[in-house]
Design a binder for this molecule. Structure first.
Ligand code: GUN
Length: 168
């Protein structure tokens, strides 16, 4: 049985500012110029990047959003619960895992512009996925509001937001 510590060592995972552990393991050498990108991008970007991403049961990924779709593939551990808020304020939860008999999905695309956060579905466990962004991830394209900021946009989701956001 492969433990979370085994994965952290084997994949050289490090703490991620949004919660959990990660390591970028691919960044395309090809570059897209700013003029080829949709509005909102601040400069040129590599074509794509991929990270390994792990959460443990005592951590979570706080609500944040990206300018691009993010493609999640499940690899090991307990399922992820991915919490989503679409731009109209509609909240939903996706279970990313391998047990398709109970509605889990092995791969999921988080649409650009959706706020999303994640946690591990089971206690005393971990979840491991890979996350691909096209064009490549850049912190300029990443926004992580505080709980107060999110609640002011989506006041009907105060409980959901407090569950998965940094206070402030
Ligand atoms: N690289 C650094 N942080 C992230 C992230 O949150 N998502 C992706 N896809 N890549 C990253």
């Amino acid at each position: 049985m492969v433990t979370s510590t085994d994965w952290i060592q084997a994949l050289a995972l490090i703490p991620h500012p949004e919660g959990g552990f990660y390591k970028e393991f691919h960044r395309s050498k090809h570059v897209l110029e700013k003029k080829s990108l949709p509005a909102g991008f601040t400069g040129k970007r590599e074509l794509a990047s991929v990270i390994h991403y792990m959460l443990t049961s005592d951590s979570y990924s706080a609500f944040h959003r990206l300018l691009s779709d993010e493609i999640w593939h499940f690899h090991d551990g307990s399922p992820f619960l991915i919490h989503l808020i679409n731009p109209d304020g509609v909240y939903s939860v996706v279970r990313l895992g391998l047990n398709v008999n109970i509605g889990q999905v092995p791969c999921f695309v988080i649409p650009a512009g959706y706020y999303f956060g994640a946690e591990v579905a089971e206690e005393n466990s971990f979840a491991l996925a890979s996350c691909t962004v096209i064009p490549a991830f850049n912190f300029d394209d990443f926004e992580m509001p505080t709980s107060d900021e999110l609640i002011s946009i989506f006041p009907h989701l105060v409980n959901e937001i407090m569950h998965l956001s940094r206070k402030g």
